[in-house]
Design a protein around this ligand. Sequence first.
Ligand SMILES: Cc1cc2nc3c(=O)[nH]c(=O)nc-3n(C[C@H](O)[C@H](O)[C@H](O)COP(=O)(O)OP(=O)(O)OC[C@H]3O[C@@H](n4cnc5c(N)ncnc54)[C@H](O)[C@@H]3O)c2cc1C
Length: 430
Amino acid sequence: MTVKKIVIVGGGAGGLALASKLGRRLGHKADFDICLVDKSPIHIWKPKLHEVAVGAIDKSIDGLLYRDHSLKNGYRFIRGEIENCDHSNNTFQLAPVYAADGELLLATRTIEYDFLVLALGSVSNTFGTKGADEHCILLDNLNSAELFHQKLLDALLQLSESADKKVSIGIVGAGATGVELAAELFHVIESVKEFGYVNVTQHHLDVHLLEASPKILPQLPEKVSARAQSLLDRIGIKLHIGVQVKEISKEGFITHDGNTVPADIKVWAAGVKGPDVFSQFTTLPVTKRNQIEVDSFMKAIGTENVFAIGDCAELKLADGSFVPPRAQAADQMAQQLYKNLIKRFTGRKQKPFEYRDYGSLVSLSRFSAVGNLMGSLRSGQFFVEGHLARVMYMSLYQRHLSSLFGWFSAIIYRMAKKMLRWHRPKLKLH
Ligand SMILES: Cc1cc2nc3c(=O)[nH]c(=O)nc-3n(C[C@H](O)[C@H](O)[C@H](O)COP(=O)(O)OP(=O)(O)OC[C@H]3O[C@@H](n4cnc5c(N)ncnc54)[C@H](O)[C@@H]3O)c2cc1C
């Protein structure tokens, strides 16, 4: 009996959903081996990274341990960082692993596959802006979110001991990530008093949000941007709209018109590109933006058994646009690829991927949520706000959990997490 080895690299919004579904469906069969590779031991859904950054969620409580999840969902987990792929031999390599003192723990490992799914997500694109890599936190992975959190705690400590001190935080990019982080920061400042930071008030915090486009949330309809902007204004966030950042120094952001926006903590949240490691994948079709070019079956062009989904895939739609780098797109691609793989193994006709834009929702912490929902062609788009928008926003996460656990267990999981919240601090303060 030949065993089909399906290896998924990257356990994020798309990859983990796919591994879980394949594992539950095929993992118990002797002729399938489902394997997930990720460089991190813990999964946190990426749209929640800004909540890790401000301490609203704690990775050790809210994170999902791949090893535990794999055991219960029929797939194997390998911890490792892909560094190369030799498609002509159906193999890829994982980088060596070193201990903190530099001792080699694991040498380079070679992994074989029959089917490979690349789901590595994206990284921040600083477009070569001078000083960005050196001075900014690029909020694109768990480590950077934790680094931001540590800097925020350090700032709070200083503020709590000196009533005159002020801290300024600058965020480049007023897309969903920048806007959600800015709003969350003000919520945190409101909440810390009850934890003994008695001197800390909103007046001690300046949050600057810089955006080169003429409006915030440039990808979203005018009405959503305008509403979000008025809410951010009301909270007290300092908006710099139509302002391009030329350079970043230790002191802050130097703009094209020669002004400096001061910032103690600097975040870059403007634009994404595919992972840098793809430049080593010479046997696969890598685009200029470091993504894998795929056809409508999510197959890497020129291959039969390599797929890419989510942010790391470049998939052109019939109207000439590309599937956007969003959690809803990664999830839809995972669901479709899952169905197609099952069809392929059972000799049925596969369906091409069709992206369905359900709209976009942006959380403004406890202050509100805003967004647009797509209706049918005739009914167009709906503007949503407040509680309804928040419920819709959370439904995307609930959908992700359903892929990971099945819908019933996902509801139990959410309820259990909510109950746990009664017994633990609202904020992670260490
Ligand atoms: C703060 C923030 C807020 C966001 N909010 C929203 C939102 O509200 N709505 C929305 O639709 N989208 C949102 N997004 C975008 C969304 O998170 C991404 O589009 C989505 O997560 C992409 O899914 P993915 O599966 O392609 O990659 P990811 O979810 O990023 O997963 C990639 C996985 O690959 C692993 N990996 C990376 N490199 C390697 C390697 N070399 N070897 C092994 N493993 C590797 C990573 O550890 C990770 O687990 C947000 C993003 C951020 C940063």
